[in-house]
Every structure is written in C-alpha cells, then in structure tokens.
Design a protein. Structure first.
Lengths: 105, 312
C-alpha cells in the first residue's frame, strides 16, 4: 500500500507534498515517513495519506482558471493614483507573479 | 496546554488543530473568526444588488467577481473557526440567520446608490486589508492560512474600488457632489470599523496576550488614516470637519474619538440597529429562496453523478 507524504518544515507553514512510502498500515507509514522524509530536511510535522484516498483533477480534465479573459479580476488592471498601502501593493505583486506564471505554463 | 503555556508560546501561526488548547483560547478565537466570517458574508449581501446596478459590463464583471470572492472568504473563515472545535459551520450560519451572529458595523447600514459603492469597495475593504495583513501573523494557524488567500485576492477589490472612486471623482459635477455626500455619510462609520478605542475594547487584552491579534484597534485606525486620508484628498474628496482629526508633526493622523457616535456603534454591535436587522432579514430571506438549489446539489451529490468542474 502506498502512502503519500506531506512535510511541514516549520510550525505554521503549509504541508507540502514531498514523496511517498510503502507501508502496510498507518502506524508503519508514519514511521517510514519519519525515516525517509523527516531526517535530512528541516521537519516539524508530516502527514501520511493513503494514495487511494486522494482525489485528483488535472489540466487534461479541466481548464483551470477557465478559458475566458478575466483581466478584470487582477489588481494590475486598475491604474490608480498615488502610492498604495503596502499590503495592497504586496497583493498586486503576488497577483502579477501568479498571472505571469499561469501564462508560462 | 494551559493558558500560561499558551501565553508563553504565543507567536505567529504557533497553534494548530494538533494542539490541545484551553477553552478560553478556543472560545476567543472562535468569536473573532466567526465575526470575521459573518462580516464577509454580510458585506457580500450588501454589495450584491450592485452587480445588477453596475453602470457598465466591465464593472458588472468585476463587481460580480468581487462578491463571489467575499462569499468564498466567508467559507474559508468558517472552516478556520470550525477547526477550533467550539462551534460547527452550521451553528454559525444558523446564528447569523437568526440574528445572534455578530458582524462588522459598516455592513449594518443600507447602501442605496452606486456612488456609495467605493465607500465599501475602497475604504472599508482598504481598512479590512490593513487589519487582515496583520492577521497573517495570528497565532491560530488555520486563520493565518485563510488570511494568505484572502490578502492575495483582496488587492483586486481595493484597487477596483479605488478605480470606481477615481471614475466618479473625475466625472460630472453632479457625480462629484453625490460622491462627496456619500463620503460624508460613510466616513464616521468607516473610522469606527476598527472598533472602540483600546481602553474600551472588551476582548483586546486577552486576544493580544495569546497572539490572536497582532495590533491594537488604535494602531490600526491610525495606520488606516495615514494611508487613506491622502488617498481621499488625492481624488478631491474633502474630509468632514467631524470627527475632528489631528495631524501630528510627523504627518500622521489621530482621530478625536469623542466626536464619534458610540451609542449608535454599540447598538449596531448588538444587532439592535433597525436597518442592520433588515440586512439580517434580507439575507435570511435570500437563503430561504435558494434552499431548493442546495437541496438539488445534495441530491445530485448523493447520486454520485457527473465529473466535477473547476470553478470558472
């Protein structure tokens, strides 16, 4: 049985997928995950999940983000006057970054 | 974990559902996040009629996207609140419908005209974002994670709201006059967004001591004024004489708290302000009207049925 492993490096961060392990049950999956994925890189917590329990939907099934022009959804579309609040500027930068990377794929 | 340990360990994203947390922490966090979630929902209902009233197709698309986002933020926050184990999502939504759920003062006031929309979409959202940016460092990890996504999306809302204000304030003389009038009506409520001054705030000290809140009401209100007074003036809005606002020597601002109507604020906060009760009833009626949709979705889900589609 295959268990997918998600590692969180520090408290408060997101658990990100980092690999998988073979194990007959949850207890051994946790131990194997700790050994295989929790030793070398900084680790605060691991999640182990039976692969069969994971639902997947990919870019062949669906056009993520849709197929229509949604530029009205981005802060970058609106040109306003004067310096923006730092958190608004940060949000706009993150959106510009996401928009660009979506365009690349 | 006892309260002393919580205080000692309190820091950004310090506590997760894996931790055994004392009742006091879980209740305070639930109250705070439930209030936030309710506010997202009630704000969306306040703005929803303006999807229909938007003056152009571009505005209609953007406004509809924004309202959809706010409902999504509500859902994220109910999840973050539910993970504290005090109240279920159903209980919180039920309380909101029956008038027990509390939410932001600004969303108790009716909004009747398009010129009012930037008062919410720019100033209230701008105020909310000031606060939400600091909550990315809250001690309840699921709340902080929700704030990551909310802040990512919210920049568009604020910029779009500002764009509406820019358009109105560069429009006809009548548009400028009506926008100024709307601003004068909303300005005191917007300042009260941040709640009463620190020494009258009921829950502030506890929330800070366990890391739920990062900044005080006063600090946030002043940070808002510093950023948004220049913005308002930039578009030709005149700041009303009351409440009096003092400019410090370093160019930052402070409001004379006594000039604001705190009796009305606390009436609003208790859901006893009649126009606010109308907002609550309006949402409940809308919920009942679309009950058949929820039932259809549940029936459909139970049957197994079709492949899911990503939200378009």
């Amino acid at each position: 049985m295959i268990w997918e492993v998600f590692r969180q490096e520090r408290p408060g961060e997101y658990h990100a997928h980092c690999g998988n392990v073979h194990a007959p049950d949850r207890e051994l999956a946790r131990q194997f995950a700790a050994i295989q994925h929790g030793r070398r890189k900084p680790t605060n917590s691991l999640w182990v999940v039976p692969r069969d329990e994971i639902g997947e939907i990919d870019a062949e099934d669906v056009a993520f983000g849709g197929t229509t022009d949604k530029s009205y959804r981005w802060a970058t579309t609106y040109s306003t006057a004067g310096a923006d609040a730092s958190e608004v500027a940060e949000s706009e930068d993150d959106q510009a970054d996401a928009e660009q990377r979506r365009g690349e794929s | 974990m006892n309260l002393e340990t919580v205080r000692a360990r309190a820091g950004p994203r310090a506590f997760s559902p894996a931790d055994d947390l004392p009742e006091e922490y879980r209740e305070a966090a639930t109250r705070m996040i439930e209030f936030h979630a309710n506010s997202e929902i009630m704000g969306a209902y306040l703005e929803r009629p303006f999807i229909r009233q938007a003056p152009s197709i571009d505005r209609k698309l953007a406004y509809s996207a924004k309202v959809q986002d706010e409902i999504g933020h509500g859902q994220l926050l109910y999840r973050a609140a539910e993970s504290l184990g005090v109240k279920s999502r159903e209980e919180m939504l039920e309380d909101l419908a029956n008038g027990d759920g509390k939410f932001l003062n600004c969303f108790h006031y009716p909004m009747e005209s398009w010129v009012e929309t930037p008062m919410i979409a720019f100033f209230v959202d701008g105020a909310a974002m000031r606060r939400q940016a600091t909550l990315r460092r809250t001690s309840w990890e699921p709340y902080a994670h929700a704030m990551d996504k909310v802040c990512f999306e919210e920049g568009f809302h604020v910029k779009h709201g500002e764009d509406i204000l820019r358009e109105l304030m560069t429009g006809s003389r009548k548009e400028r006059r009506l926008t100024q009038e709307a601003f004068e009506t909303w300005w005191p409520r917007i300042i009260q967004f941040f709640g009463p001054t620190d020494d009258r705030s009921t829950h502030h000290d506890f929330a800070v001591s366990v890391g739920l809140k990062q900044r005080s009401n006063d600090e946030l209100r002043n940070a808002f004024l510093d950023q948004y007074i220049p913005k308002a003036r930039n578009y030709g809005l005149e700041i009303p004489d009351e409440p009096r606002i003092r400019e410090r020597e370093d160019g930052t601002y402070e409001v004379e708290e006594g000039d604001l109507d705190w009796d009305e604020f606390f009436t609003v906060a208790k859901n006893e302000y009649e126009p606010g009760r109308e907002q609550i009833r309006g949402r409940r009626t809308a919920q009942e009207a679309v009950q058949w949709v929820r039932e259809a979705i549940e029936r459909d889900g139970a049957a197994g049925s079709h492949a899911p589609r990503a939200a378009d």
